[in-house]
Design a protein around this ligand. Structure first.
Ligand code: URA
Length: 276
């Protein structure tokens, strides 16, 4: 099997074609605990559909793992299992994240990075997890990748404070490694609460890790599906997009380059956003 490839600032670029990152990142026994049907709901004009047969994925069920999970809390909580907390607020979510010790990421974090933006955002952008700059400030996407994202959002006509930006995991994985499946699983309660409270109409997933988590582990690699619309575990229309760190690796703005493709995708996202 191909080596796991990463798309963070300081790592190997080739991540984007890894086909099953979740299983590559998961300890044995976790890879199959979460499976869902991948549903493409719209195809942009002029874009080719991914050549994979999306219909062959398994239905959205919490599959029993072949091995007993080591700890109960590592079960993926699907949206359908979500029970809203009475009187919940974004402030309470932030406070709960700040005191969370459900996984080992709490031991190495400086600050938790819950998310930032409008509580009424129609669009939520979801990355994978905080990096060093975010860990130092408690604010998502403030490092080089975040600054590139800011430029892309601004160029498309989005104000950063009208959207909501967060990550699947709220604490920095040491040395910017990819978050593990069980870390994403225990942290998903916070993302679910944020989505329940904000009720975005659209989600943009930044990078393969967020795509595999939000759309499903069987989602094809991002180079094939970026810019398309999918259903997500949250039942919200979701567009996979390149991670801004990946875009920083290639200065080209030529037609067909990753930055050019991102520009087409963000324009399509903005068009959909404006139509809602
Ligand atoms: N990369 C991410 O995925 N999230 C951040 O907040 C910063 C970098």
């Amino acid at each position: 099997m191909a080596k796991a490839k990463k798309v963070r600032d300081d790592v190997d670029e080739s991540l984007i074609e890894a086909t099953d990152i979740v299983s590559l990142l998961s300890e044995p026994g976790f890879a199959e605990i979460y499976d869902r049907e991948i549903t493409q709901i719209e195809c942009r004009e002029g874009f080719e559909l991914p050549s994979v047969d999306l219909s062959e994925s398994l239905p959205a069920v919490l599959c029993a793992s072949s091995e007993e999970p080591k700890v109960d809390r590592c079960k993926i909580r699907l949206w359908s299992d979500f029970k809203p907390i009475e009187g919940d607020t974004l402030e309470k979510v932030i406070a709960d994240i700040a005191k969370c010790e459900s996984c080992d990421l709490c031991k190495t974090r400086n600050k938790t990075v819950p998310g930032a933006g409008s509580s009424y955002a129609k669009l939520m952008l979801i990355g994978e997890g905080p990096g060093a700059d975010e860990d130092a400030t408690g604010i998502p996407f403030v490092g080089k990748a975040g600054q590139h994202l800011d430029k892309i959002l601004a160029a498309a006509g989005f104000k950063r404070d009208e959207v909501y930006i967060c990550n699947v995991v709220k604490c920095r994985p040491p040395n910017n490694r990819d978050p593990k499946m069980e870390e994403m699983a225990v942290c998903s309660q916070f993302l679910q609460r944020q989505i329940h409270l904000i009720k975005p109409c659209l989600i943009a997933c930044l990078g393969n890790i967020a795509v595999k988590y939000v759309i499903g582990p069987k989602a094809p690699g991002i180079t094939r599906i970026h810019g398309q619309w999918f259903d997500s575990v949250f039942g919200i229309k979701t567009m996979p997009m390149y991670h801004p760190s990946y875009l920083l690796r290639d200065n080209s703005r030529e037609k067909g380059s990753p930055n050019w493709e991102m520009w087409q995708d963000i324009k399509a996202l903005k068009q959909k956003y404006d139509s809602i």
